[in-house]
Design a protein around this ligand. Structure first.
Ligand SMILES: [Zn+2]
Length: 96
């Protein structure tokens, strides 16, 4: 398991971790930056041709050393991907 860098503040005998800096899971670099992104997810394959496309506005955490990128799909948009149908409040592009 990779070591996780942390900033530790000491006061006498008490030590307190005030911030944990996650390193890149690919190269262990801490040189990462978060970017806001706009994206559309399409279902693949002819069998999914009637499923809606899903618009997302996630934040990507990009490793500036190796390019590894990670993000999480918000719960509401994830439900559209699971169900294959529009969900209230999600931005979807219905197929015609
Ligand atoms: Zn990396």
């Amino acid at each position: 398991m990779a070591r996780v860098p942390a900033i530790v503040v000491s006061s006498g005998m008490n030590h307190q971790i005030v911030e944990v800096i996650m390193s890149c899971p690919s190269c262990t670099s801490c040189n990462q930056l978060e970017f806001p992104v706009e994206m559309i997810i399409h279902f693949a394959g002819l069998k999914n041709v009637d499923n809606p496309d899903v618009s997302l506005f996630p934040k990507f955490l990009v490793c500036l050393d190796c390019g590894f990128t990670e993000f999480a799909i918000p719960e509401r948009e994830l439900r559209v991907l699971v169900l294959g149908t529009p969900v209230k409040g999600a931005v979807v592009w219905p197929t015609e």
